[in-house]
Structures are given as C-alpha cells and as structure tokens.
Write a protein that binds this ligand. Sequence first.
Ligand SMILES: [Fe+2]
Length: 424
Amino acid sequence: MSLASSAVRVGNSDCSADWSTAERHGELLGPQETNTDVAPRTTRLAKFHVPEIVFGPGSLAELGHCTQRLGSRRPFLVTDPGLIEAGWTDEAVGHLRRVGLRPVVWSGLTPNPKDHEVQAAFERYAESGCDVIVGVGGGSVIDAAKGVAILSGNGGHILDYAGVDQVVQPIPPTVMVPSTSGTGADVSQFAIVTDTTQHIKISIVSRTLVPDISVIDPRLLTTMPEWLNAATGLDALTHAIEAFVSRAHNPLTDNHALYAVKLITGNLIRTQVQPKNVAARLAMAQAALEAGMAFTNAILGATHAMSHQVGGLLDAPHGVVNGVLLPHVIRFNAEAWPERFVALGAAAGLPTAGVPPREVAGQLADLVRALADDLGVPKSLASLGVAGGDVPVLARTTLKDACMATNPRDVGLRDVEQLFREAL
Ligand SMILES: [Fe+2]
C-alpha cells in the first residue's frame, strides 16, 4: 500500500550534497532521533499538515467568524444528542447566528458512525443547500462530518473511499470543534466509518480530510462522561506512541508525540479525579492536539489496525479497545526496535539511564496497562465480548487496514492472531 502523498515520500534527494551522509551523522534529525533511530534509512522528505488552530477556554465564541471566513452562508452543523443535552450545540448555533449565518443542525448519529448514518446526513446536507460543514462533538461526530464532505465533493458511497488517497476531488470547507480530549479527528486526515454489512470499521486516509479550522475549547471537555474521558485519553496516548514508532515518523512529528505522552501520563488521571480541574483539562486538550498533529502526519500502527476490527465487530469504545491492545503491541514491536521506546519511556517519566531498551519498552507496556487499570478499562478483549472464534476473521481484516502499513515491525497473519489471543 502506498502512503506516498498521505504520509511521506521515502527516497533520495536529487542534489549534489551528500545529504544521506549528513543524516547518518544526525545533522537533519531531532535530538532524540540521533540516540534512538538505529534503523538504516535513506534521506526522507518530511511533510507536516495541520489545520488552522484556535485554542483556549472560550474559543467556541470564534466559531461564527471562523465559519464565515470560509465563505459560509448556510453551515451544516453535525452534532449528536449528548452535545445537544450538554448545551454546546445551542451555544455553537448562537455564535453562528450572531454573525448572520443560518445553520442547519443534524444530529442523527450513534457512537462509531455507521455508513447509513453518513449517507442520511449527506442527503440532508444536499437537500438543505448548505455550504461549509461544521462538526461539534467527539470523534464520531467529526468523522461523520468528514463523511458528508467526502460525498459532497466526490459522490458515490462512503465505503468506496476506504484506504489511502481514494478521495481525489476537493471537498467543502470544514470547521471542527472537538468535545473530547483524544481522537484528534479535528486535526487529522483520517475518517473512520463502520461498514454495517461486514461489521468492520474502514479507515479513510486522505490529505483533503484535514479540516480547515479546528476550534479547541477545553470547556467542552468538562461535560464528557467519565468513561468517555478515560477512553479518549487512552486513544490519544495510543496515537502518540504509535506515531512515534511509526515507519513514517519524522523530526517534525516526533516532539509532538513525546510531549503528548508527557501530558497524558501526567494529567489524564487528574481529569478523572477532579473533572473541573482547569489546568488538567487544558493539559489534556493540548495533549490530544499534540498527539493528533503527530499521528495525522506519521500515521499509526498495529494497535489501531486491530482496534478498528474489534470496534466494527462489537461497536465497542475505540479508546477502550486501544487500551487493552496497546501493551501487547508495544511488547511485540519492541522485539524488533527496542531503542525507539527509550524516549517514549522517558516522556512517560520512567527511569531510562542505564536501563536496557527492551526493559524500558516492557516497563512502558506495564505503565500503559496500569493506567488503563486506574481508569477502569477491562484487562481483556474477552471481557469486551470478543470470542476465540472471532480471531481468524479479525486477524484477516486487520492486515487490510490502512494503519498497518506504517507499523514499525512487519506483521504477518500468525503474528496478528497471536496478538489477539494474547489480548483475549
Ligand atoms: Fe484512535
């Protein structure tokens, strides 16, 4: 599978200087890279693509101006019943109206957006004559809003766009307002949609899906249910760790990934214990953003490839499944590239001086599991409803997931089956 335009091109630069030698000497690399990147590589072209970001408490008030600046007269606001109940939809609609816009609200969504829900939203969008698409909600809302944008610009059925770079036509402008601290969908080039016929989640990966503007107001995080805060926080941690060890990581993404790990391991539990703690909420809002900026450019790995299949089968919370799988995948990947996990361990607060890299990786896996325990996440896939008989199908579909291409270690069918069995 090619990640050429959606991740990075890998190849030699066409220039007279010996850049490959420079990179070997660390002159083109970030500080941690020189110590941990022992895999032989050619000089790589790094890309970094993120939306315009408006960040901070009260930033939702900027939504009207942001949407207007993109040329909107009649925005299509995708949200869900939970956001309506919490009052955020009304506040968002008020800000849009205040600048003279006439929004149409659509909220017919369930968690893990389904193919037919995206189709229904698009039909409403098309018949209402809307222009700019606004998403106010968690990852499911934002992914559905991206789905509407894909169909508007490209036609067809949402499942036609599974994989990398299948969305080729321009899409309408989008503004996203995340209500969780985890998915990174408001800055990412990903949209995840459930195929309700095959009971799998499909990953749509395309540069065109990076929103135009992300409005991140940490106030919205305070109305999340506790389980969703835990799940999305673990999702963000998984984004950061998978992005840092990804085959497509680069010096522009690495520091975002490491800082996200530091913020999440230092603040996620605080947001559970003290939901109104402003400093902790701010830290988690930034952590989700940092992890999102890292993974949208470095892509992900085996945890997400596996998690998407479980999520499609069981309609289970994405971050919870990640929390179960991630420790197993860390140990598996560290067999091939333990050095890469040292900087991650240090970012998580583990002692690393004089500790063998494989041991650091093992301790990081233990730390992730301990965090999941503290957050009340089940220890096994079986407790989420996965049966041993599901493993062969889950493993087969995992290998087709777009996220598998950037896992740092080659993964075969037997490896995935083994990983699923270990996590059962
Ligand atoms: Fe995720």
